[in-house]
Design a protein around this ligand. Structure first.
Ligand code: PBG
Length: 327
């Protein structure tokens, strides 16, 4: 018999050897916590399909942000659920609207210790649940929506958001938001473009989280799961329009896309481990079928390995706690 000349196992012999040779790192600063705040709530409201995740009150949101800052997270991404919805999503433009209030609450709490991000999109604010306004035929009207995004973006910047995340997949949204911000003097406000966002079955639990009114689907604006080249085009367009960071969403079923985007992007790349991806891990763990902590850690590490500089995950705070424990 002949002995193997190459023995990759040598580099796996002990935890210290594996630590020395690990190619990918996972740190609290890589993690962004998505968080929901609901108008008029007096107690946090659990989201059934996302165990451990709640609709926050204004106060519990501040506490969650303070904890995230304490643990050294990279950021917090805010979503608002208004009491009143209408056809054009007026509550999203209102400086006193739930999301804009939450942004200023959180900024007052964390200052510049944690990056405060906010969702620029209409689906939480419209009574029909679409990410844009509708034309007379009931189709999502791209350019009419852009005008509203521009106004929302300026209000969110004024409320104190460091980073704006346009997630509606309207054509030209990054350019319009950048122009509006610059014209209003918000030249330092960062745009994190949801550049390659797919129409996904895994958004299910999020729709519960924001009490979505959507009937039908988002297939005329979010991307088709069959497409890979198209993601490159979307990202290149957003970069040309002035995106400071780009995102791929969802993450776990789209790691090839993430890898493509990481290879071409000259700005930081983010990926969103979405509600359904989180829910799958939780459900399997609750049944005792997988080890929850190990599965969460591995899934986020895998997203980093595929090319994400930062990862949005509902497990961000808990994961950051585990990472600091290990230090
Ligand atoms: C749109 C938006 C959605 C998510 C983030 N931003 C919903 C959608 O596109 O239907 C989903 C996030 C998740 O599923 O965790 N404002």
């Amino acid at each position: 018999m002949s002995f193997p000349a190459q023995r990759p196992r040598r580099l796996r012999t002990s935890p210290a050897m594996r630590r020395l040779t690990a190619e990918t790192s996972l740190e609290a600063r890589h993690l962004i916590l998505p968080a929901f705040v609901r108008e008029g709530l007096s107690e946090p409201n659990p989201i059934t399909s996302m165990p451990g995740v709640v609709q926050h009150t204004r106060d519990t949101l501040k506490a969650a942000a303070a904890e995230a800052a304490e643990l050294g997270l990279g950021g917090i991404m805010l979503f608002g659920i208004p009491e009143q919805r209408d056809a054009v999503g007026s509550a999203g433009m209102d400086p006193q609207g739930v999301l804009n209030q939450a942004i200023s609450d959180v900024r007052a709490e964390v200052g510049d210790d944690l990056i405060v991000m906010s969702d620029v999109c209409l689906d939480e604010f419209t009574d029909h649940g679409h990410c844009g306004v509708l034309d007379d035929a009931g189709r999502v009207d791209n350019d009419a929506t852009l005008e509203i995004y521009a106004e929302m973006a300026v209000q969110q910047a004024a409320a104190g958001a460091h980073v704006l995340g346009p997630s509606g997949m309207m054509d030209g949204q990054v350019a319009v938001i950048r122009q509006a911000l610059d014209a209003a003097g918000w030249t330092d406000t960062v745009v994190l473009a949801y550049a390659a966002k797919y129409a996904s079955a895994f958004y299910g639990p999020f729709r519960e989280a924001v009490d979505s009114q959507l009937k039908g689907d988002r297939r005329t604006y979010q991307m088709d799961a069959a497409n890979r080249r198209e993601a490159v085009r979307e990202v290149e367009l957003d970069l040309a329009e002035g995106a400071d960071m780009v995102m791929v969403k969802p993450a776990m079923s789209y790691l090839d896309i993430l890898s493509d985007v990481a290879a071409l992007s000259d700005v930081p790349v983010s990926a969103y481990q979405i509600s359904g991806e989180y829910a799958m891990i939780e459900a399997a763990a609750a049944n005792g079928w997988i080890d929850r902590r190990a599965a969460i850690t591995e899934s986020v590490l895998g997203i980093r390995r595929a090319g994400a500089d930062t990862v949005l995950t509902y497990a961000a705070t808990e994961l950051a706690g585990w990472l600091t424990e290990g230090k």
